[in-house]
Design a protein around this ligand. Structure first.
Ligand code: SF4
Ligand code: SF4
Length: 444
């Protein structure tokens, strides 16, 4: 965090109140081509990798499974359920309960012994098809939002009355570059996916929202222009990567508090999700993705990883040891929750891994007293009061949390980032939202 004289804008995002977010780590990663990480001998596949009810298992101990085969997700389950597929050909060794790395709640995990790592599409490619057939394939292939929210893609694509599709390639996270790499390495498939999304939603008004400058991804830009997809170059700011703020930025439409973009006729999909949609049409289930691993030891590495791969396997593949790191965040430096240990696997929503060594300053380790400086209020992009919300969340004061509009928090982490007392406000804000919803509230 910096306040004071302006820094080089190539390496900083500018936030409200004059704060700056260092993105030099992103810049370090952009030139690193994707490296494919082979699967581990034992893969750990969580059956909840999306927002919605956990997928019901379709396999049991001892069953043989093929690469891409559906292993969970019964047809009759809730519309919000997204199926889960096997990332390898192998045998189910066990189905067990483990605390989920994001929710902290107990979740089921299928442990698969890898026997064959070869990849081939599990489904038949889908040629020209009706909107419903396209939508069914998106769900059947297990596609969720890959920007980090893991909202079921088929649900978002089922919205009616949509005039605008916005593709979010803002990639705000300061240490991730995997979306830009996809734009450089797989432009055609991504454009195909975007067009399919537009077709399902019934709109030709598509805007590609990107942080990149003209000429940074030339092949991709050429294809966008050829496909009549608008390009919106978004100012260098961290928080406008969030859906509602992006809609305001691109369409100048305010999404009211408690509502979502379809309320104003818009849908926002992440750029990596477009690639997953395109692959689904070719018959591939969503069992792998691109992510950026960042640590001072390894630098920024763009990796192609199968879901279910334990983090320790990835570290060893890169020549590092899990014991080199004190803390690993499943996601970006700003938003990623800390994993309990490195045996935890990559999920569909894992766009990054951030590893900290014990010699690095871990700002939230020693929290000091609040000095009421107000920095957290100044930087908050949705103009709520993080410090007061934290106090209300600590007391479980639902009335106060509602008065202070806890529902508007976009979980961006900026308040924690700027706090001079190293107070980690965001976990309290998440607890506050859980209090309001009446959900189970985790201890901190
Ligand atoms: S929580 Fe941190 S940033 Fe907010 S007022 Fe207190 S010391 Fe300042
Ligand atoms: S995490 Fe929530 S409260 Fe904190 S700055 Fe972001 S939106 Fe505001």
């Amino acid at each position: 965090m910096m306040k004071g004289p302006r820094k080089d804008h190539e390496h900083h995002f500018k936030e409200q109140g004059g704060f700056e977010v260092d993105i030099s780590m992103k810049k370090e990663s952009i030139d690193d081509e994707f490296t494919e990480v082979p699967p581990a001998d034992e893969m750990m596949v969580f059956l909840s990798q999306h927002i919605g009810p956990e997928a019901e298992p379709l396999v049991k101990k001892g069953d043989g499974v093929k690469y891409g085969e559906k292993i969970a997700g019964k047809e009759e389950q809730d519309h919000m359920m997204v199926p889960v597929h096997s990332p390898v050909t192998g045998t189910v060794q066990q189905i067990k309960d483990m605390p989920h790395p994001i929710s902290g709640e107990k979740g089921r995990v299928v442990i698969i012994k890898t026997e064959e790592s070869k990849k081939c599409p599990f489904y038949e490619p889908l040629g020209p098809a009706s909107k419903q057939a396209l939508l069914d394939r998106v769900r059947e292939a297990g596609v969720v939002g890959l920007g980090g929210a893991s909202f079921p893609t088929h649900v978002k694509l089922s919205e009616k009355g949509i005039d605008h599709l916005i593709i979010n390639a803002k990639e705000s996270d300061p240490n991730l570059a995997c979306d830009v790499r996809l734009m450089i390495e797989r432009p055609k498939e991504m454009i195909d996916g975007i067009k399919i999304m537009g077709k399902i939603l019934g709109t030709e008004d598509i805007t590609f929202a990107t942080r990149t400058k003209e000429g940074e991804t030339p092949r991709f830009e050429k294809l966008l222009k050829k496909s009549d997809i608008n390009i919106a170059r978004i100012r260098p700011n961290y928080s406008v990567g969030s859906e509602r703020l992006l809609v305001k930025e691109v369409l100048d439409k305010e999404v009211p508090s408690g509502r979502f973009p379809p309320y104003v006729g818009a849908v926002v999909h992440n750029v990596a999700t477009a690639l997953a949609v395109s692959r689904a049409m070719e018959g591939e289930s969503l069992v792998s993705r691109g992510l950026t691993l960042y640590s001072k030891k390894t630098g920024g590495k763009n990796l192609w990883v199968r879901m279910g791969t334990p983090i320790e396997h990835i570290l060893r593949y890169l020549g590092a040891s899990p014991s080199d790191f004190e803390r690993i965040a499943l996601g970006s430096i700003m938003m990623g929750p800390t994993v309990p240990n490195t045996s935890y696997p990559v999920l569909k929503a894992t766009s990054g891994l951030t590893a900290f060594t014990s010699s690095e300053r871990y700002p939230y380790k020693k929290q000091l007293a609040c000095i009421r400086c107000g920095y957290c209020n100044t930087v908050c992009p949705v103009d709520i009061y993080p410090q007061q919300l934290m106090m209300a969340a600590k007391k479980g004061d639902v009335k106060r949390l509602k008065e202070l509009h806890i529902e508007d928090c976009i979980d961006c982490g900026l308040c924690s980032y700027v706090c001079p007392s190293y107070i980690k406000l965001t976990p309290h804000l998440r607890r506050g939202q859980a209090h309001v919803k009446g959900d189970a509230v985790e201890d901190l």
